[in-house]
Structures are given as structure tokens and as C-alpha cells.
Design a binder for this molecule. Structure first.
Ligand SMILES: Nc1ncnc2c1ncn2[C@@H]1O[C@H](COP(=O)(O)OP(=O)(O)OP(=O)(O)O)[C@@H](O)[C@H]1O
Length: 492
């Protein structure tokens, strides 16, 4: 069988960090090939090299046995490869049609908008994408944006598509639809590289898998020949046991409550109360309102009705600092906007909430700040050169751990975490879930919003939301099937 895409002996350095140290991958024509590895293993760096965004320091990239085009020849790259990133590259302020033909309008100098809309509709029809060509891209769902990106890639003639954590922001039914589409692309001969921290997805959709560890290639195998525990061992370099959720008895005092909360178009009539020593899960599909509710509890959104009480203090609606002052720590869904300041260091980001506590008169002692940051780096296993490195230089999963560190650093009495394990590797996931359980054992109360059933297993009870209402309060001991049925509105 022909090798469609190959990277050989690739070395890529960023200052003192070696992101790829002689790494390689060979992807057979027409297969869906997974690339997996721990956070910081070098996956995104390889993607940037395979898409011509960065030049390797050493090594080469080949498409169908031919050397890759020059970096400046963007059109040649677009004809060979496209990448659907977790964070969309679609421009929100433009229409779908404009996004599809961005950079191509110059074909005849003058832009004929009517013709462009017609061609966009044709293109969307060809690739069976049910989206209005005239719609503003900003109004599309995450799923629709991905479909537009895939159609755009194929329309350039690319027969190789990289999907970089495409399911990170999709709910269960949307993931199934994406997989159906991937299967049909494969039947049409499209070659795909699939990056995910969800190993069950790798087994479901891929034929082969390549594992990177510490910037190097470890193994490439057909997925059918590689048992799950061996795959995890290849990624981590050691045998890793499955995470066991701990049992505990929640206390009596209520540390977080929301009464009669309502927000037009998102949720209504919500009463929620979380006790000290208790983890309450929030589950539901993308339209359930669970994220909006959690964002209201932390003050990122202002509800139309109702009140939020943190640790006995009725907090001003929509006021994050007030909620934090009352003892709240949180991990937001959109870590890029609300989670960290990219140009500040790991240490500054991680210790931000305690800045006011670390020194007298609001002055921060650099050595204490550093020591706290180093402790966080160590306990959450953050791969970084040290507390002074800007978060912008970290891999996606390691940046997520910094956001998590910030939520925990102040010993909060209330923790609200939204999809805290999104983008983190299988071993780091365990460290993060363990950190939530540790905080709860110290007496905190936690709200855990997650699309991951495995995360929700640490909850003492799970509130399932459907169309903006809590439809069921499910105690520990549920099966996947039971919880999914309630989430999809099939059972109350
Ligand atoms: N622009 C950069 N400057 C400095 N270091 C960088 C830069 N880009 C990546 N790195 C470093 O290179 C290493 C590999 O990062 P990369 O993003 O490729 O990892 P990854 O496998 O994609 O991780 P994740 O699963 O967390 O997304 C990391 O140690 C990262 O900090």
C-alpha cells in the first residue's frame, strides 16, 4: 500500500525546548491514522510542520513520495493538506460563503458576490453540509463550523485532512455524526490523521495509531493489534491503572447555592445547592444549559432571575471578583479567553488569585510566589521549563493545567470546574480529578460540569439538565447507559 504522507527524522526546537527529536510518521493512503501522546509530546508541533506552517530544523516531509512544497507556496500546501483544529479558523464576522472563498476571490480580480454565494451553495451541497451559505459564520454551532472547514479543505483538492481534537467541544450525538462523515470520507479515499486524548475514539474510528512520547516516535501499530493498556503504557512509559473514584460522606453545611435561577434562552427555574465535602455533577447535551448555569454560578453571566450564594455571601450577579472573594475557584470553559493571560508566565497565571495574600500591603514576595508555582507545577505535572515561561509557549493540555492550578491555588471553599479535563492526556486527567477530590476532602464543595462520563464518576450526585431544566438528580452508581438516556431526554 502506498504511503500518502510521511515525516522523516523531524527535529524541531523552540529555544531550550526540543519539541520533536527525530520523530517520524508514515500514513498509508486512505487510512485514518491516530496520533496520540501525553500533553507536550509534540503532536501539535508535528501538525504545524505537516501543514507547512513551520519549517523543521531537520528532517523532511513527503506527500505521495514527493518533497513538500516551499513554505511560501500556500496554495500548493492547501492542495495537499488541511487541518480542522479544535479552535476554529473560520472568521466569525464573515458569511459562510465568504469563509469558503477567502483567499480565492482574486481568481478574476473582481469579486462577484452573487456568483460566490451560488458557488458556495454548490460546494456545500457537494459535501452534504446542511448550512446556509449566507449565514454569518459566528452564528454557526461548533459542529457546523467544523463541517464548513472540512468542505473548504476538500474544495481545495486536499486528499489529506488532519483532525486535531475535533470532538473536544462536541456532545455525544454530534460526535457520532462526525464519525459517520469521517467513515464516508474514508470510503471516498480521503486519508486522515486523527489526534485525540479519547482513546476509545481512536479504537472506534482509526485503523492505525502512532504514539509519540517525549518528542519521539515510540510505536506505530494497527489499532486492532494494540490492547488499550499497552497503548496507555506506550504513551506514558509505564503501566497506568484506571482511576478509582473515592467514596466520602458529604458534610451538612451548604457552601454554594443558586435559587430560582433563570436566564432567557438558556435555563429556568433552577435550584441548586452544594454541601461541603460534596461533588455535584452537571450533565446534559450542548443545548441543555449546563455551561450557562455554571457560568452564572461563578459570575461570568448575570441571571435574569434568582440569587447565588457563595459560602454564606450573597454575591453580586455577574461579578467574578466578588465570587472569588467569597471563596470560589473556577475553571472556565473557554480557557483562551477567560482562563489565562498568554503572555504572563506560568507562575504569574497560576498564583494570580493569591497575589493579594502572598505579601504584606498587597506586595507579592517573588520567592513565595515562585515556591507556590513550583509546587503547582509539580503536583499537576505541568510540562514547562519553569515558572517563568509564558503560558503561550505551553502545549494545549499543559496550559489547561495552569488554569486548573489557578482555580486551586487559593484553597477555595467552592470549586466550579467546566470540562476541566478537555485536552489533557489520560494520566494528567487522573491528576486533575484527584486534585478535585483532594480539595473536597479538605472540605470544599464542587460543581463539575463535564461531557465526559468518566469525569462525572467522581460526583456524589449528577444533576442532569435537558432544555434548560434539571430533569433528574442521579445518585452515584449509575451506568453509562442510564445517564446517557436521561441526558438525551429519553428517560426522566
Ligand atoms: N512556540 C513555542 N515556543 C516554545 N515552546 C513551544 C512552542 N510550541 C510548542 N512548544 C513546546 O514544545 C513541546 C511540544 O508541544 P506540542 O504543542 O507539540 O505538544 P502536544 O503533543 O500537541 O501537546 P497537547 O496534547 O497538550 O496539545 C512542549 O513542551 C511545548 O511547550
Amino acid at each position: 500500500m502506498n504511503v500518502h504522507v510521511e515525516a522523516r527524522d523531524v527535529v524541531k526546537r523552540f529555544g531550550p525546548t526540543t519539541a520533536l527529536a527525530g520523530a517520524k510518521i508514515a500514513i498509508t493512503e486512505g487510512e485514518t491514522h491516530a496520533l496520540v501522546g501525553r500533553n507536550g509530546a509534540g503532536k501539535s508541533t508535528l501538525v504545524s510542520i505537516l501543514t507547512g506552517l513551520q519549517r523543521p530544523d531537520e528532517g523532511e516531509v513527503l506527500f505521495a513520495g514527493q518533497p513538500a512544497p516551499a513554505l511560501a507556496d500556500r496554495d500548493a500546501w492547501r492542495r495537499r493538506v488541511a487541518c480542522v483544529y479544535q479552535k476554529s479558523t473560520i472568521i466569525s464576522a464573515l458569511t459562510v460563503a465568504e469563509n469558503l472563498f477567502l483567499n480565492r476571490q482574486s481568481e478574476k480580480n473582481v469579486i462577484n458576490w452573487r456568483a460566490l454565494a451560488g458557488r458556495a451553495r454548490e460546494l456545500l451541497d457537494t459535501y452534504e453540509v446542511d448550512v446556509d451559505a449566507q449565514a454569518l459564520a459566528g452564528d454557526l454551532s461548533v459542529e457546523q463550523r467544523q463541517l464548513v472547514e472540512i468542505a473548504r479543505a476538500l474544495s481545495f483538492g486536499a486528499r489529506f485532512i488532519i483532525l486535531d481534537e475535533p470532538t473536544a467541544r462536541l456532545d455525544g450525538p454530534a460526535i457520532e455524526r462526525l464519525f459517520t462523515r469521517m467513515r464516508s470520507l474514508r470510503e471516498q479515499g480521503v486519508t486522515m490523521m486523527y489526534i485525540s486524548h479519547h482513546l476509545d475514539e481512536v479504537y472506534e474510528i482509526c485503523q492505525s495509531v502512532t504514539v509519540f512520547r517525549d518528542a519521539r516516535h515510540v510505536t506505530t501499530r494497527p489499532v486492532a493489534d494494540l490492547p488499550h493498556d499497552e497503548l496507555v503504557a506506550a504513551m506514558t512509559g509505564e503501566a497506568t491503572a484506571v482511576y478509582e473514584a473515592r467514596s466520602r460522606t458529604p458534610g451538612e453545611s451548604v457552601v454554594l447555592s443558586g435559587e430560582n435561577l433563570g436566564l432567557a434562552g438558556r435555563y429556568s427555574g433552577i435550584d441548586i445547592s452544594v454541601r461541603s465535602g460534596e461533588v455535584v455533577g452537571l450533565a446534559g447535551s450542548a443545548s441543555s444549559g449546563k455551561v450557562g448555569l455554571a457560568e452564572t454560578l461563578v459570575g461570568l453571566r448575570r441571571a435574569d432571575t434568582g440569587t447565588v450564594t457563595v459560602n454564606g455571601t450573597k454575591v453580586t450577579p455577574g461579578d467574578v471578583p466578588a465570587a472569588m472573594k467569597a471563596g470560589l475557584g473556577f475553571v472556565p470553559e473557554d480557557r483562551h479567553h477567560e482562563g489565562f493571560v498568554p503572555l504572563l508566565s506560568v507562575g504569574e497565571n497560576a498564583t494570580f488569585p493569591i497575589a493579594r495574600k502572598l505579601g504584606r500591603y498587597g506586595l507579592i514576595s517573588p520567592s513565595r510566589r515562585r515556591a507556590t508555582a513550583e509546587r503547582m507545577i509539580d503536583s499537576l505535572d505541568i510540562k514547562t521549563e519553569g515558572p517563568d515561561q509564558p503560558v503561550a509557549d505551553l502545549s494545549g493540555g499543559n496550559a489547561q493545567k495552569v488554569v486548573f492550578a489557578r482555580a486551586l491555588v487559593d484553597d477555595p471553599t467552592v470549586l466550579v470546574v467546566i470540562n476541566p479535563t478537555a485536552g489533557v492526556d489520560v494520566k494528567a486527567k487522573q491528576a486533575l480529578l484527584g486534585a478535585v477530590e483532594d480539595a473536597v476532602e479538605r472540605g470544599a464543595g464542587a460543581v463539575l460540569v463535564s461531557d465526559e462520563l468518566d469525569d462525572l464518576r467522581i460526583c456524589d450526585r449528577v444533576l442532569v439538565m435537558f432544555h434548560g431544566r434539571v430533569v433528574k438528580d442521579v445518585p452515584r452508581g449509575w451506568t453509562d447507559h442510564e445517564l446517557v438516556a436521561v441526558m438525551e431526554g429519553m428517560e426522566e
